[in-house]
Each structure stands twice: as structure tokens, then as C-alpha cells.
Write a protein that binds this ligand. Structure first.
Ligand SMILES: Cc1cc2nc3c(=O)[nH]c(=O)nc-3n(C[C@H](O)[C@H](O)[C@H](O)COP(=O)(O)OP(=O)(O)OC[C@H]3O[C@@H](n4cnc5c(N)ncnc54)[C@H](O)[C@@H]3O)c2cc1C
Length: 820
């Protein structure tokens, strides 16, 4: 066994072996994998082998697409068959919401180039002759279906062996019966892995791909990895006479069938069937680690949980009635609180990479290995990986939280994924101090990064509940009233979840300046919207950097980016101790006070002059507000009206809230929620980190040129921006007015087309602009289509709508209100 390698992968399932394979494809041959028993011995050996291309996530969809393409070419490349049956995949719909979900998905599929068809019930019957189209309460009528002709199912063990062969041929080493039992950092900063079998291996980079063992592997490094498996079962049926007869008549292998509204999948297996439900009540397992006795074993089948799905499937496919059950496979399937895997750098430790938490690990293995290898070798992935970045979760993922969330995610695999859905488990967990006060004002809560956030406020007499939908729903009118309140009078948004860092010390300014593309403010009281870029020039983070005092900066970024940004900042700190970084997210609250009357309200709480000359737009002061001291007042906001963000020591939250509402009462002050903020920020073309600005786009493509000081000196990503400037910027940010919308506004991930019907871009966000009374989308179009006035079309829930490119910031383009 080698004692030193560049990269060591721990875990020999489909995901680990794919990572090894892709590292070799990136030219690394000094790589090895250790597996505690035998390859595939974890979850891989018993997976059903389905490869669904369907996924609502733009990122995960791209990973799955890559996998399916790779698996088709692997046999020729490696000489090892993978038993890929390209049967296609058929997802049934029996209600309008399901069709809306499919149409929403089609937008994503179009933008990533996944072939699909939306088909009629008649076509379903042609493709799947053994199906009942239904039409009663027990077996509702099929009203349509989504068909992927290109995917199907594969033999997971064969796939792993093909990847193994590809990796080994290229020089990678694989050591079975070699278990990592301790990991320590060497003096040179590498990782020494102790194995149960005696030998040590030292590696520059470690990849953890340990499936159900992620909790205990994480503990070896002090990481609390939010991946806990849930029981998942499928039934293997004996031969089916009807299926056999159909195949003997020359029928082709039937597509993998999913009746999402009854939460099961069905596929052929040796003239019989495999039926896999996603049941309610499936328990999380191994929250404290996999016990020694489990090994390659399975859990006993739980037939009670299976019965409702078996009955539904038998009504839909009566052929099931005539075949006996051969086996029930019940195994642990790794889950995370949002159902997406953890692919990317671990937090707090350097050169440790996670490829964990895979619930569709056979489908994802190819893409996950591809992008992780890219990240390790190139320093960044080739596509936007924010949706799977392990740092999208934070320290709030306690064991009980993860158990509740993972069980919830599992039982919702097949429910309709509404864009405004807010799932209830594990809530409320993190709350702002004024949570009860907002509840008393009618808050309808949502959750992000563990934080409760008020999405909207139900007026007296209105039920505090969402009716989730892909279309305008019960809260539309109330969100509109909140938006107008902000534009016409004065509103408050509680943005306490913002990520907040304090950066101090003699090296603070030059260190920050090297991280971001904008010039860091040099004068106390000045602020700058700044972007940290990837080496390829994509936008990795957005920071509002305010100079509070000499050698003292206050850095604010998105609430959901706390661990992501904190980890990046920490790992980038200079070694000389000249900069002190503190994450103060939980010690400062934030209220946005905005609207034309906001100055009058704040003036009652402070002696600090607030007029334009004393406190201009884009400046900050440390003020007293009411009884609160040390309040950072930033004259900036995300809604585009006159106003201040008040960042206060958290202990003043109640006082400041009451004081604002007392002073604001004569001005008609009210609370404003996240959905109204979405409407207001789109009217101003403000980009949201994570959806509108991502590593996929440079600041030039995002038309954020005014926040880039290319000549200021070195910063990460500068060379790439210079190259892009000389080669030409391929895409540009656009704001679109969408015409003829009656009830389904764009929401993001819709394709954009030119007049000839060619796809030329994608929307990244959309909403109804309640004050402009326009349906709006923002996103990216090829540069030649980004000029204001250009006529495009956008596909929303399957319908093409006319869309006109507007000049940026359709509401108050000259920022007169912000400067008022
Ligand atoms: C019943 C069932 C059906 C499924 N069907 C499908 C399907 O149809 N399609 C699909 O895409 N997915 C399916 N899955 C999910 C799929 O099985 C997993 O997502 C996938 O196998 C995960 O692969 P992995 O490599 O991440 O983990 P694993 O296959 O579990 O591999 C992890 C490996 O790490 C090793 N290991 C752990 N700790 C150490 C250590 N300290 N040192 C060395 N080695 C270690 C383990 O022994 C194990 O071999 C199914 C799962 C179940 C339970």
C-alpha cells in the first residue's frame, strides 16, 4: 500500500469510485481509495439502479445529465458493461398542480438541455400498454405525463466496477478491507489517515464518500455532517404473466413508471417488477453512526408501510395482482435536510472534501465525481454548485433537527414541489428576538438557513396560512399591500438573519481589497457593494463592506451564506495576524426601515442629523436610536426606497422594535415580509446572491461593471475578467417585463427565446412588481439580445409569453427616492 498520495478517497461506493475515476480524468494519477470492506458494500449494492433525469434543481439536474451521458459511453471506454437499460421514464400526473410542477421543471430542463416530452394520456397508454388510465376516486384519471426518453436503469455494481476499471487503468490505487479509523493533521498541513489494518496513508487532499457512515467519518475530523440515512424499501416481484406475454408479443421494455401522486416507482426486473414507494413513517437510522453489526445487511421489510402503495400500484397496473412477492429490500439511504447531496469543501478544515449525503447516489455519482474532481484540481467547480455546497447548512443542524428534516424530506420525495412551499418539521428553531411580536402582527413564517423569516403578514381576519401554488395565490393581495406601504409610507423588515462579520486590524483594508473586485472604502462612514470572485471570475459572494472606524470594517452578506462566507473569509485570512475576523451574525439584529416617511420616523429616535447633507445615501454612521447604543445605521437597502438598515446589538431588539412602531404610528408604519421584498427588489433590478448572482456569471455578465475596479491592483478573478473584457462578454443581465400574464408570474429558471424561437438565455428570478403593476423577470441573455427594447419570449408553465427587455431599475431609475 502506498503511504503518500495527492488525494485519498475514503469510501468505495459508486460515489467514491466515481470521484477517483474523475480525478484520474483530470490528470491526477497519484490518487488512491480505501474501502473498509469491499467496493459497493454500502448502499450501492442494493440500489434499484434508477437514473431519473428529473430534478427541480438547476445544479442537480446538470449533475444527473452528465451522469446519464457518461454511463452511456463508459462501456466503450472501459470494456465493462454497466447494464444500462435506456427504457425512458414516465411520470404520471393526476392533478393540475402536478402538471404545473412538470411544466415548471420543463423550464429548468430546457435551460440545461435535458430532452423531455409532455404527453397526453393516450400517448401514456401507447408507451405503457399495461396501465389503467383510471377515472375514479381510488385511481384518479391520468391527465398527462412527463416523459424522459433518454434515461432508465443501470446495474449499480457494474457501474462501480466500470468506474474502478477506468480509474485503475489510469494509475489510481484501490485498497479494499482498509478502514480509516483516525485522521490527523501533519506538521506540513497534510492529512494522515490511520487504518484499522495498521498502515497509514498521508494525503494532501481527503475526500469523504462514506455514505451511511458520514456521521462517524465526520467525527474523525470534528465535523457534524448533516447526512443521516432513512429506511428505504422496494419490493421485488416474481415473473408477471401479463408482462411476459407483452414482451413475447415484441413489446419493448417498459419505461420506468412513476405515479408521483401515489408516491411510488415501478420498473421491470427479469419479467417481473420492482416497486419502490416513498412511504410516510420511514424512520431515520444510524444518527449516531452505523453499528458494527450492520455491515452489508438490510433491515427487515415493513409491509404495513408498503401496503397503501402496493394497492395504488396494483389498481394502476393490474398485472401486479398476478405475481407473487420474491423479496423486500429495506436499506439505509443517506439523506440531508433538503434532499440534495453535500458536494464540495468541508468547512473549518482545509483540503477536506465531502461527497456525502447522496439519496440518488447512483444517478448523481457521475456528475458528483466530475465536479468534485474539477474543484479539487482547478480550485473551483465548472458549474454553479451552491445548491449542493456542504456549507449551505450551518451549525444549527443538530442531530434531532437533521432526523426530523430527513424523515420529512424522504416522505415528500414525490409530493408536489411548490416554489413557495415551507415545510414544517424542525421549526421554529432559530428566531429573531421579536418573533412573537411579528407573530402577533400576523406573520406567516418561512424558513431559510434554520431561521424563521416572515414571508408575509396576514391582516386581522385573514388566515395565517399559505395556499402553495405555482400561480398567484391567497397572499398575493396582502403582499401587494405591504409593497405599496413601503413605497408610499414606511415599513419595517426584520433582516436579523443577515450574515455579519467584523474585520479589524492593521491589515484589514488591504486584505479585504484583495478579496473583492470593488474598491474597499477608505473613509470612515463609506460603504461599497463588493463581490468576491472565483479564479474564473464568477461571483462567489456579495458583501456590503462598511468602514465603521479606522482599521474596522463591518461586512454584511446573505443570511443563507453564513457558513459559506465565514469559511471562505477564515480560510483566506493572512497568516501574519494582522487581521482579526469575527462572525457576529448572532450578536447583531437588523431592521430595515424604509419608505418616504422613514426619515421622519427615525428622526424621533435619534439626535443624529438625517438630512441628505449630513447623512447621504450610501453612507453609514454609528448612532443612538431610542435607548439603543452602538447602532450601525447604513443608508442603503434592498427595496430601493429612502431608508436605513439598522444593525443593532441584539439585546436592543425589543426596545428598538417598539420604539420604531411608536414613532411610526402616526405615519402608518407596518411590517413587510420577504415576498414583498422580492417584489420591490425586482422593480429595482436588484440581484439576489445565490439565484441571480452565482459563480456561473462574472460581474460583467451580471452588468455590475460599476462595482469592479479592474485597475485597482490584484484581486482574485481579475485576470479572468481582463480576458473576458478582451474576448467579449457573452451574456448580459436583463430585466424583462412579461406581457399577458394572468396568474402565473415567472419565478426563475425559465428559458428565454428570441423571435426565431432559439433559446438565448434564462431568467434567474421573477415576480409580480406590485407597484409597477407589471410581471417582471430578471436573468441573463446573450449580449446581442440584452439591449433595452429587445423583444423576447419567456416560457412560463409551458406557455410562451412576450417579454420586453427594460432599462435597468424600472422603478425609479434615477434613484431619486433613495437619494431623497
Ligand atoms: C433500497 C434502496 C434503493 C435505492 N435505489 C436507488 C436508485 O434506484 N437510484 C439511485 O440513484 N439511488 C438509489 N439508492 C441510493 C443509492 O444506493 C445511494 O445513494 C448510493 O449507493 C450512495 O453511494 P455512496 O458511494 O455515496 O455510498 P455507499 O455505497 O454507501 O458507499 C460508501 C462506502 O464507504 C465505505 N466506508 C465507510 N466508512 C469508511 C471508512 N471509515 N473507511 C473506509 N471505507 C469506509 C463503506 O463501507 C461503503 O462501501 C437506493 C438506496 C436504497 C437504500
Amino acid at each position: 500500500m502506498k503511504t503518500h498520495v495527492r488525494v485519498l478517497v475514503i469510501g468505495g461506493g459508486a460515489v467514491g469510485v466515481s470521484t477517483l475515476y474523475h480525478l484520474t480524468r483530470k490528470g491526477l494519477t497519484d490518487v488512491a481509495l480505501i474501502e473498509r470492506t469491499e467496493l459497493t458494500a454500502g448502499s450501492t449494492w442494493h440500489a434499484a439502479g434508477l437514473l431519473p433525469l428529473f430534478n427541480m434543481s438547476y445544479t442537480v439536474g446538470q449533475l444527473h445529465k452528465y451522469s446519464v451521458d457518461l454511463y452511456k459511453r463508459l462501456p466503450a471506454e472501459t470494456g465493462q458493461d454497466v447494464s444500462f437499460h435506456v427504457t425512458g421514464n414516465l411520470r404520471l400526473a393526476t392533478c393540475r398542480e402536478r402538471m404545473d410542477e412538470y411544466y415548471k421543471y420543463c423550464g429548468t430542463a430546457n435551460t440545461i438541455g435535458v430532452p423531455f416530452e409532455v404527453i397526453t394520456p393516450q400517448r401514456v397508454k401507447e408507451l405503457w400498454p399495461l396501465i389503467e388510465l383510471g377515472g375514479d376516486d381510488d385511481t384518479p384519471a391520468i391527465i398527462g405525463a412527463l416523459y424522459h426518453p433518454d434515461d432508465g436503469h443501470i446495474a449499480p455494481a457494474d457501474l462501480t466496477m466500470a468506474l474502478r476499471k477506468g480509474a485503475r487503468t489510469a494509475g489510481a490505487e484501490i485498497y479494499e478491507h482498509t478502514e480509516a479509523v483516525a485522521i490527523e493533521r501533519t506538521a506540513s498541513g497534510e492529512w494522515r489517515v490511520r487504518t484499522a489494518q495498521g498502515g497509514d496513508i498521508t494525503a494532501e487532499h481527503l475526500v469523504l464518500a462514506t455514505g451511511n457512515y458520514a456521521r462517524q467519518t465526520g467525527r474523525l475530523l470534528g465535523l457534524n455532517i448533516p447526512a443521516i440515512p432513512v429506511e428505504h424499501q422496494y419490493i421485488v416481484y416474481d415473473e408477471s404473466p401479463e408482462l411476459k406475454a407483452y414482451r413475447q408479443r415484441g413489446g419493448r421494455e417498459l419505461a420506468v413508471l412513476r405515479e408521483s401522486d401515489k408516491s411510488y416507482y415501478l420498473r421491470e426486473e427479469r419479467m417481473g417488477w420492482i416497486l419502490g414507494p416513498y412511504e410516510r413513517g420511514a424512520p431515520a437510522r444510524f444518527a449516531d453512526g452505523v453499528p458494527e453489526w450492520f455491515g452489508r445487511s438490510l433491515f427487515p421489510g415493513d409491509l404495513d408501510r408498503l401496503v397503501p402503495h402496493v394497492e395504488a400500484a396494483t389498481r394502476r397496473v393490474p398485472a401486479l395482482e398476478h405475481c407473487g412477492i420474491k423479496d423486500v429490500v429495506n436499506g439505509p439511504i443517506s439523506y440531508t435536510p433538503d434532499g440534495s447531496p453535500l458536494i464540495g469543501p468541508a468547512w473549518d478544515v482545509r483540503n477536506v472534501w465531502l461527497n456525502e449525503g447522496h439519496s440518488f447516489g447512483i444517478t448523481a455519482a457521475g456528475g458528483a465525481g466530475w465536479q468534485l474532481a474539477e474543484w479539487i484540481v482547478e480550485g473551483e467547480p465548472g458549474i454553479d454548485m451552491l445548491a449542493v455546497d456542504p456549507r449551505r447548512f450551518g451549525p444549527y443542524t443538530s442531530k434531532r433537527y437533521v432526523v426530523k428534516k430527513n424523515e420529512e424530506t424522504y416522505r415528500n420525495v414525490f409530493t408536489v414541489h411548490f416554489p413557495d412551499e415551507e415545510r414544517p418539521e424542525g421549526r421554529p428553531a432559530k428566531t429573531s428576538p421579536v418573533y412573537d411580536k411579528l407573530s402577533a402582527r400576523g406573520a406567516v413564517w418561512g424558513q431559510r438557513y434554520g431561521w424563521e423569516r416572515a414571508n408575509w403578514f396576514a391582516p386581522p381576519g385573514v388566515e395565517r396560512r399559505d395556499q402553495w401554488s405555482f400561480r398567484r395565490s391567497n397572499y398575493f393581495e396582502h403582499v401587494g399591500n405591504e409593497a405599496r406601504l413601503m413605497r408610499e409610507r414606511v415599513g419595517v423588515i426584520d433582516l436579523t438573519p443577515f450574515t455579519k462579520h467584523e474585520v479589524q486590524g492593521p491589515g484589514a483594508e488591504s486584505w479585504l481589497d484583495g478579496l473583492v473586485a470593488n474598491k474597499v472604502p477608505t473613509k470612515t462612514g463609506r460603504m461599497a457593494l463588493s463581490h468576491a470572485l472565483t479564479p474564473r471570475g464568477g461571483i462567489r459572494s456579495e458583501f456590503t463592506i462598511t468602514k465603521i472606524a479606522e482599521q474596522h470594517y463591518y461586512v454584511v452578506s446573505a443570511g443563507a451564506a453564513e457558513r459559506y462566507d465565514s469559511d471562505y473569509l477564515c480560510k483566506s485570512l493572512p497568516a501574519d495576524g494582522s487581521v482579526v475576523l469575527r462572525n457576529i451574525t448572532n450578536t447583531r439584529g437588523c431592521f430595515v426601515l424604509a419608505g418616504p416617511r422613514s426619515r421622519d420616523v427615525l428622526a424621533q429616535l435619534t439626535d443624529t442629523p438625517l438630512d441628505n447633507s449630513a447623512f447621504p445615501w450610501l453612507t453609514a454612521q454609528v448612532i443612538e436610536a431610542g435607548l439603543a447604543v452602538d447602532v450601525y445605521a447604513l443608508r442603503v437597502n434592498f427595496v430601493g426606497s429612502l431608508g436605513w438598515e439598522l444593525h443593532f446589538p441584539i439585546e436592543y431588539a425589543h426596545h428598538l422594535f417598539d420604539a420604531l412602531f411608536e414613532a411610526g404610528a402616526p405615519h402608518g408604519i407596518g411590517m413587510v415580509g420577504m415576498r414583498a421584498m422580492e417584489s420591490l427588489r425586482l422593480e429595482k433590478s436588484y440581484r439576489m446572491w445565490g439565484s441571480d448572482i452565482t459563480p456561473d456569471y462574472t460581474p460583467f455578465e451580471a452588468s455590475l461593471d460599476r462595482f469592479v475596479r479592474i485597475k485597482k491592483g490584484a484581486f482574485i478573478g481579475r485576470e479572468a475578467l481582463e480576458r473576458q473584457l478582451s474576448a467579449g462578454v457573452p451574456n448580459r443581465f436583463v430585466t424583462l417585463e412579461v406581457h399577458g400574464v394572468k396568474d402565473a408570474d415567472p419565478l426563475g429558471n425559465e428559458p428565454l427565446f428570441d423571435k426565431a424561437g432559439r433559446m438565448i438565455g434564462r431568467a434567474t428570478s421573477g415576480y409580480y412588481g406590485h407597484c409597477l403593476k407589471k410581471s417582471l423577470a430578471i436573468g441573463y441573455a446573450r449580449t446581442e439580445f440584452a439591449t433595452p427594447g429587445t423583444e423576447l419570449s419567456i416560457e412560463i408553465l409551458g406557455e410562451r409569453k412576450r417579454a420586453t427587455v427594460l432599462p435597468e431599475s424600472p422603478y425609479d431609475p434615477e434613484n431619486l427616492e433613495l437619494r431623497a
